[in-house]
Design a protein around this ligand. Structure first.
Ligand code: UD1
Length: 307
């Protein structure tokens, strides 16, 4: 089978690409290398790179039949979506519409989409089940939600089978630590590796459902190969169902970096931060047979080992 991965040179996309290749599939990565990088990709005879923005892709860019497309290319930043909403709209929503058009023109039977827990906004009812009302509180969350709705609307018309996975807090090797809006784990790991202090916003009791990137790659692979009805639409949370507080996270990281002796600073809570987040993963478990393999400690050890 041959799969296309948009954003395949990025953090999550490159792990999915690796996983698909390791299972014997052929992969075409579409990536404009705006945030992804070539060094994330392996040298592999079954891998092709189309260095292009998905928005400008034409059907004749693809020379062989495609069994499924995983659409991960995006501007994955809440802040960027506030600062440059039109650019984020193009990259997060118009790009999805282009992917749907390509599915139509190239008769691609399966679309798997990287959605986000950001579609839920501030949920107080935990764990979060997919049936709760969505209420995005950023343009980014809205763009992910409307992307899901576009795909659901078109899939019936096109006989396309659609799976949207709402990622919770993904971490692991190749996540960029260099922006203040990067995931907390990549920021803390970089600081501890370099011997710098870390800052906890709030009291550290806030919790998140952190999921290791290799588990995300496994779930995406299952979604790509799962037999599904043509025209069907499925939306599932993708997390571990477990939560970790920032203070627990720091304790685990201290065991990974025993030589780290710098400070833990506490600062005011970040405006707009949610307090707790936890996925209900019954749906993805029962329908796709997904079960996370890495505990937070194992994932963190994998991440530290990759440095
Ligand atoms: C994450 C996503 C965001 C999405 C949201 C939806 C990332 C980077 N952000 O935000 O796009 O909208 O889920 O649920 O994946 N923190 C510190 N110190 C730091 C950095 C962060 O204490 O140096 C704290 C934050 O204040 C927050 C927690 O760590 O309380 C997690 O932060 P972060 O990794 O940015 O993720 P979310 O806020 O959950």
């Amino acid at each position: 089978m041959h799969f296309v991965v948009t954003g395949g040179a990025g953090f999550i996309g490159s792990h999915l690409t690796e996983k698909l290749l390791s299972e014997g599939y052929r992969v075409t990565v579409v990536d404009n290398l705006s945030t992804g990088c070539l060094s994330n990709l392996p040298n592999h005879p079954q891998l092709k790179l189309l260095q292009k923005d998905i928005l400008t892709c034409q059907p004749d860019d693809f020379s062989e039949p495609i069994d499924g497309i995983a659409h991960l290319a995006a501007t994955p930043s809440v802040t960027a979506s506030w600062l440059e909403p039109l650019a984020a709209h193009d990259n997060n929503l118009s790009a999805t519409v282009r992917v749907i058009e390509l599915c139509q023109m190239l008769k691609i039977p399966k679309l798997v989409f990287a959605s986000s827990a950001a579609v839920y906004g501030n949920q107080t009812q935990l764990p979060i089940v997919e049936s709760l009302p969505t209420h995005p509180i950023s343009p980014y969350g809205l763009q992910k939600l409307v992307s899901e709705e576009y795909a659901s609307l078109f899939c019936q018309k096109l006989g396309l089978s659609f799976i949207g996975l709402r990622f919770f807090n993904v971490y692991g090797p190749r996540q960029m630590p260099d922006s203040p809006y990067s995931g907390v784990i990549s920021i803390f790991v970089k600081a501890m590796k370099e011997g710098f202090p870390i800052t906890i916003y709030g009291n550290g009791a806030q919790t998140r459902d952190f999921i290791y990137v290799k588990d995300v790659a496994m779930a995406l692979t299952k979604a790509l190969i799962a037999p599904r009805e043509p025209g069907s639409s499925l939306i599932c949370n993708l997390g571990t169902g477990k939560t970790t507080s920032l203070l627990q996270l720091v304790d685990i990281l201290k065991t990974c970096f025993p030589e780290w002796k710098s400070d833990i600073n506490f600062a005011a809570e970040r405006i707009g931060d949610i307090r707790d987040s936890q996925a209900d993963i019954s749906k993805v478990s029962s329908i796709l047979g997904f079960a996370p393999q890495s505990s937070i400690a194992a994932g963190m050890a994998g991440l530290v080992e990759s440095l």
